[in-house]
Design a protein around this ligand. Structure first.
Ligand code: KIV
Length: 288
């Protein structure tokens, strides 16, 4: 093996694991593929703006998803359905600008790829050219395989998304998918279809842990679980859920790692009290 090809075969420029590696170049889909071969697990988070994304990037999160969960978590919609391609392009561009190492995956929103492969290519091209993402994500297994094939043929890496697909909420609701023999077989067919179409990874959302483990063992591409138990290759959470910023109840599969809503509320109250009571600005916050 030449020195050059040896260097190219390294999983990352630091030669370390995907998570926590100190390399300076962007993670690529090839790094993700090699991580599955090494049996390495990795974390993924959503991100919708440059500053938050920069924290995740500095922390070493290898893959950030500019998810259309931005609809509920960032843009104030009731679901992901109203999110537009213009909105996704703007958010994805901000996340790319705020990061240096993470692979940025941009979600194709509802209505931007369902018409067929050509529409999918047109939409994905915008995310790649205008926002600078390294890969796109779209929902659907067998039903989306033609879209995935054309994107991959055109040089755009695709992360697929099966199980619960929130863009179809009006048809399927928010229910566990893949329960029962027939539904489990369909999920397996969907997983194989996206792999055969060339997807580099697949999100499994809200499926029984045992089924997710089976899918993970039969696929050679990595599975990214959300509500899919402990045996997927990677895990993703919506950042506002895991930080405790999302108001109200969050799904059972979410683990809260912080209480940002309380922290921010306390800080805002302290500021407002200082203003009302005259304690802010103090001498050290003033210029003369
Ligand atoms: O939009 C999103 O955040 C997602 C994740 C839940 C996988 O699709």
């Amino acid at each position: 093996m030449t020195q050059l090809s040896a260097a190219h075969d390294k999983p990352s420029d630091s030669g370390k694991a995907l998570y926590g590696g100190k390399g300076t170049r962007r993670i690529t889909v090839r790094d993700i593929t090699l991580a599955k071969e090494r049996g390495e697990k990795w974390p993924m988070l959503t991100a919708y703006d440059a500053m938050t994304a920069s924290v995740f990037d500095e922390t070493g999160i290898p893959v950030l998803l500019v998810g259309d969960s931005a609809g509920n978590c960032h843009l104030g919609y009731e679901s992901t359905v109203p999110v537009t391609l213009d909105e996704m392009t703007m958010l994805a561009a901000a996340v790319v600008r705020g990061t240096r190492r993470s692979l940025i995956v941009g979600d194709l929103p509802f209505g931007s790829y369902q018409e067929g492969p050509v529409q999918a290519l047109r939409s994905a091209t915008r995310l790649v050219k205008e926002a600078g993402v390294g890969a796109v994500k779209l929902e659907g297994g067998e039903r989306s395989h033609r879209q995935i094939e054309l994107l991959v043929e055109s040089g755009i890496p695709v992360m697929a998304h099966i199980g619960l697909t929130p863009q179809s909420v009006n048809a399927m609701g928010y229910r566990v998918q893949g329960r029962g023999e027939e539904a489990a077989q369909q999920l397996l067919r969907d997983a194989k279809a996206v792999q055969d179409a060339g997807a580099f990874a697949v999100v499994l959302e809200l499926v029984p842990a045992e089924l997710a483990a089976e899918v993970t063992s039969v696929l050679h591409i990595p599975t990214v679980g959300i509500g899919a138990g402990p045996d997927t290759d990677a895990q993703v959470l919506v950042w506002t859920d895991m930080m405790g910023l999302t108001p109200g109840r969050v799904p059972k599969f979410v683990k809260k790692y912080a209480g940002l809503r309380e922290v921010m509320g306390d800080a805002v109250r302290a500021f407002a009290d200082d203003v009302v009571g005259g304690a802010f600005p103090a001498e050290e916050n003033s210029v003369h």
